[in-house]
Design a protein around this ligand. Structure first.
Ligand code: NCD
Ligand code: ZN
Length: 344
């Protein structure tokens, strides 16, 4: 196969940041993607409907003229989230989902949830109105090894939340483990899971062998090879549970190449080429459309995009090592393999 036409893909987990960074990275996603779920972990976080509306305007202003890209906004769940404000924003079509960060789990998560009982009324309201909850699934307990934090979160937090809040629609964001894939697969139609581009490519050796590689460090951190293989199997299976959420998370090089480097891989620029390469390696090019363009909208009860993109196989694709932003350079994720599929 040398050409593949698929519906225009969507990104169901994206960090666009704000200000100079937003202006630099928004066009990278708008080039290939139709819609994206926009993460609310700004400083300060996007907590109210009014803040989501204002952020949406800033994103639209940062897009190149004529871009066919729709930001789907989220609210950052805190222990003080007002269920009425949330329900109003959802009814007005201002927000598509709500994001749960356990406090301290990742970049800009300090305002997240410590006591899950405190957000129970909000979650019940969300179940009632059909607003999905996007979950960063890692416990923050210092006693739990970082490589086990996703699996422990499923048992200690996620499963209890789902049992006590029937009808709540949940997306397990950026799953990184076989346990995550297995739990998502068995969760029925109210449970979905996003998988990032980079977790299909790297395992923890890529971060740690031969010197520390900060540009491969993200959260949840990449796990053992068996987990990467489980994610590849899930993504390429066609199972509607699984869909693309790149978690493209730009940080400038000085913040990544640092004694305490920030977590996040920036994949917006080359994601579709990487995915096509991965799906080709798995003999699953015919399922790329399901993963990138169909399963996500189906979970979110939205129509798939009408427009299409064409991927063409040929000589290795050139893409920049870094993109320039007003805040400094941002390194583009290096998949360590030639990419033969270009979006035309
Ligand atoms: C994200 C970020 O930088 O905002 N970082 C990351 O490693 N993925 C936060 C997140 O999604 O956990
Ligand atoms: Zn993220």
């Amino acid at each position: 196969m040398t050409q593949l036409v698929i519906r225009r893909p969507d990104d169901w987990h994206l960090h666009l940041r704000d200000g100079e960074m937003l202006r630099a990275v928004a066009p990278e996603s708008a080039r290939h993607f139709g819609r994206a779920i926009i993460m609310p972990n700004l400083v300060p976080p996007v907590v109210t409907g009014a803040e989501a509306a204002a952020y949406r305007e800033r994103i639209l202003a940062a897009l190149p003229e004529g871009a066919a890209f729709t930001p789907l906004m989220t609210l950052y769940l805190t222990e003080d989230t007002d269920p009425d404000d949330l329900a109003r924003a959802h009814a007005d079509g201002l927000i598509t989902a709500v994001k749960l960060y356990p406090a301290g789990a990742t970049t800009n998560s300090a305002s997240g949830v410590r006591d899950f009982d405190k957000v129970r009324p909000v979650l019940e309201r969300m179940a009632e109105i059909g607003c999905p909850l996007c979950v960063h699934g890692e416990v923050t307990d210092q006693a739990i090894d970082i490589f086990d934090r996703e699996a422990v979160f499923i048992d200690r937090v996620l499963d209890p939340i789902r049992t006590t809040t029937p009808g709540l629609r949940v997306v397990m964001e950026h799953i990184t483990t076989k346990q995550g894939a297995d739990y998502a697969r068995s969760g029925g139609p109210d449970l979905g899971a996003t998988i990032t581009t980079h977790h299909l490519v790297i395992n923890r050796n890529h971060i740690l062998v031969g010197g520390i590689k900060p540009h491969y460090y993200c959260l949840p951190v990449a796990k053992r090879e068996e987990h990467r293989l489980a994610l590849r199997a899930a993504a390429t299976s066609g199972d509607p549970t699984f869909f693309l959420g790149t978690d493209s998370a730009p940080h400038t090089d000085p913040l990544k190449e640092n004694a305490c480097g920030c977590a996040g891989c920036f994949t917006a620029t080359n994601t579709m080429s990487i995915l096509a390469e991965v799906f080709e390696q798995e003999n699953a090019l015919d399922r790329l459309e399901a993963f990138a363009s169909l399963n996500g909208p189906a979970f979110y009860k939205l129509p798939a995009n009408d427009a299409t993109i064409t991927l063409t196989r040929g000589a290795p694709v050139a893409y920049p090592d870094k993109i320039d932003t007003g805040d400094g350079p941002v390194t583009v994720f290096d998949p360590m393999m030639p990419l033969h599929w270009r979006v035309t």
